[in-house]
Design a protein around this ligand. Structure first.
Ligand SMILES: [Zn+2]
Ligand SMILES: [Zn+2]
Length: 232
């Protein structure tokens, strides 16, 4: 009951607050905390490799990139709504490191504007280790995924767990990231037959690779990967 009252109050609060662009503070538009000009300038990642989500050179056919051709990644498909560039990078940092949940909500709403065709079935957020969750207070991938699952009417699958506390990925190079993440994930319940793993940012892809690998070890052949932003 209390939860329902609190949800209703939050909803009322949102109706009462005018929409405001989280980037430039002009009035928001189209039901978003983003103005039309900032929306028009978003770094969408529309022309990208379907396996690793890296942007492809303009004018080239939309097929898998040279790297994936020679060394295909574990996931069956990958898509990133955006390139990790302004203003999405700032919104992601505010969401991840400064408790700006409004920025997270906006990013989810924007991801829903370009849902990849492979997103059929449950969505699985890449989890934080519980120790990091304690210090941060919330799990950004879960906060991003929850509204996506709700809007797409798909279940949220939370069977992926961080087994080990890994060092912060951002300070490591690609090889070190992979070693750091080896066996970092455990699966606690049998996964559904189709699954899309969701995360905020894909940098080298090592974290998602480790999550996909963990799923494949328990018999899920072809998980897909969907992120908010791809670091080119
Ligand atoms: Zn704006
Ligand atoms: Zn590729």
């Amino acid at each position: 009951m209390l939860a329902r009252v609190s949800a209703a109050l939050t909803w009322l609060g949102r109706q009462a607050l005018p929409l405001r662009c989280l980037v430039c503070e002009e009035p928001g538009s189209a039901g978003l905390d983003l103005c039309a000009a900032c929306h028009a300038a978003l770094p969408w990642n529309d022309h990208a490799c379907p396996l690793c989500a890296l942007p492809l050179p303009e004018g080239t056919p939309a097929r898998c990139c040279g790297v994936c051709l020679h060394d295909p990644p574990r996931q069956a498909a990958a898509a990133a709504a955006f390139l990790y560039a302004a203003p999405v990078d700032q919104l992601l940092r505010r969401f991840k490191f400064h408790h700006d949940l409004a920025a997270g909500r906006l990013l989810s709403q924007l991801m829903l504007q370009r849902v990849p065709g492979f997103v059929i079935g449950p969505l699985a957020p890449v989890p934080l280790h519980r120790q990091r969750l304690r210090t941060r207070g919330y799990d950004q991938a879960l906060e991003l995924t929850r509204p996506l699952a709700r809007a797409l009417r798909q279940p949220l699958w939370c069977g992926l767990h961080r087994d080990r506390l890994t060092s912060a990925q951002s300070a490591l190079d690609a090889d070190a990231r992979r070693r750091n993440l080896h066996d970092a994930f455990a699966i606690t319940t049998p996964p559904p037959a189709r699954l899309t793993v969701v995360d905020d940012v894909m940098t080298t892809g090592a974290t998602l690779d480790a999550a996909v690998h963990a799923l494949q070890r328990v018999g899920l052949p072809d998980p897909a990967v969907w992120v908010c932003a791809r670091v080119p």
